[in-house]
Design a protein around this ligand. Structure first.
Ligand SMILES: Cc1cc2ncn([C@H]3O[C@H](COP(=O)(O)O)[C@@H](O)[C@H]3O)c2cc1C
Ligand SMILES: O=C(O)c1cccnc1
Length: 349
């Protein structure tokens, strides 16, 4: 298999549509710029969708799930079996993202990349099993080059499904006990940083638990040269199947011209890897919120991302991104439905 597709160019942003949307904004009955980020959102979307009045009515959510060998180090407040149990909960409609997706009328698929207690065939769960879990990355690379390739391609298949369904916005979510450890280790590798500032409480570790998590990540990082920032190498060394799938999905969505709404800490680590592999994917990304997880603010700042919300969320699953969709929809509504000064007979400045 070849990885050349990862660096193929992303879909072109249409400057003319963006300019026309900007000009349209200046004619709406409000002081210029007074709707702040909502204006900027609609204008960016216009360029992405090659239209003057964009829409995000049709939303696609893929939740990628996979287990992590590093869970054996006791780095999560919850047991590893929760990953498989939550896949069943997603399918039964009881998880946070299930409720949010229903509320938004969004399409929701779950992609099972491999779990230690595999829940089997379930409605709306795509099976793309790579292995029951990654290797414990303190001891050896989390996955082989072939496993990485499979995970990246499983993500790209979701972007393709989103495109086939006519989605106007792509949201990636994740489920995998211990994946805040994997995401923090990945970010450390990519940024050449030590885990003290990037590892956090995850599902609810106390200070002692976080200290242990930092030591576990330090053990893994010590296996590799610290000045190596090769994103594919770090994904295979310390990544997770679901994190690699997110990375592949983001790159593929950007190549297909589907705007991306990034969720929290884990998804932002995957987005950072995607941007390192294919820098032009960055312009296709919106950032939904600042997670409570320590380290997320740092990743957002590296990506020069200004998230829409800051609600103290620390769940994952794509939940923060889903929560921001109504704001994006309102931004599109204001942009396309407000009267212009001329239409309303209101005097301009
Ligand atoms: C019931 C439950 C539902 C979740 N949904 C998302 N996560 C989140 O918590 C996990 C990461 O935290 P850590 O690295 O501390 O294990 C991921 O599965 C993430 O999506 C959940 C965690 C639990 C326990
Ligand atoms: O921000 C996140 O994505 C997050 C934080 C804690 C646990 N799971 C996910």
């Amino acid at each position: 298999m070849s990885q050349d597709w990862l660096t193929e160019p992303c879909f072109a942003i249409d400057e003319a549509s963006r300019e026309r949307a900007l000009e349209h904004q200046s004619q709406l009955t409000k002081p210029p710029g007074s709707l702040g980020t909502l204006e900027a959102l609609a204008v960016r979307l216009a360029g992405m969708q090659h239209v003057v009045t964009p829409s995000v009515q049709s939303v696609w959510i893929s939740v990628f799930a996979g287990d992590h060998g590093v869970a054996a180090e006791g780095v999560s407040a919850f047991p590893q079996v929760v990953t498989g149990e939550m896949i069943r909960n997603f399918a039964n409609g009881g998880a946070a993202i299930s409720v949010l997706a229903r509320g938004l009328g969004a399409m929701l698929e779950v992609v099972n990349l491999g779990t230690v207690n595999d829940p089997g065939e379930l409605p709306n769960v795509r099976r793309a099993i790579i292995a029951p879990q990654t290797n414990n990355f303190c001891e050896r690379p989390a996955m082989s080059a072939m496993q990485l390739e499979l995970a990246l391609r499983a993500g790209a298949a979701s972007a393709q499904a989103a495109q086939d369904a006519g989605a106007k916005l792509f949201i990636g979510g994740e489920m995998g006990i211990a994946n805040t450890t994997s995401a923090a280790a990945l970010a450390c590798g990519l940024l050449g940083e030590t885990p003290g500032t990037l590892a956090g409480a995850g599902t609810g570790l106390d200070a002692k638990g976080i200290q242990h998590k930092v030591a576990v990540i330090e053990r893994a990082l010590a296996l590799y040269p610290s000045d190596d920032d090769d994103a594919l190498a770090w994904l295979s060394r310390v990544g997770g199947f679901e994190i690699a799938a997110l990375c592949g999905a983001y790159i593929s969505a950007a190549q297909r011209g589907i705007p991306i709404l990034v969720d929290g800490f884990i998804t932002t680590a995957a987005a950072l890897a995607a941007v390192r592999i294919n820098p032009s994917s960055r312009e296709w990304m919106f950032f939904a919120h600042r997670s409570r997880e320590r380290g997320h603010a740092r990743l957002l700042s590296v990506l020069e991302a200004d998230p829409l919300l800051d609600l103290g969320l620390r769940l994952g699953e794509g939940s923060g991104a889903a929560t921001a969709v109504p704001l994006m929809r309102l931004a599109c509504d204001l942009h396309s439905r407000m009267a212009t000064f001329a239409q309303a007979g209101v005097s301009g400045a």
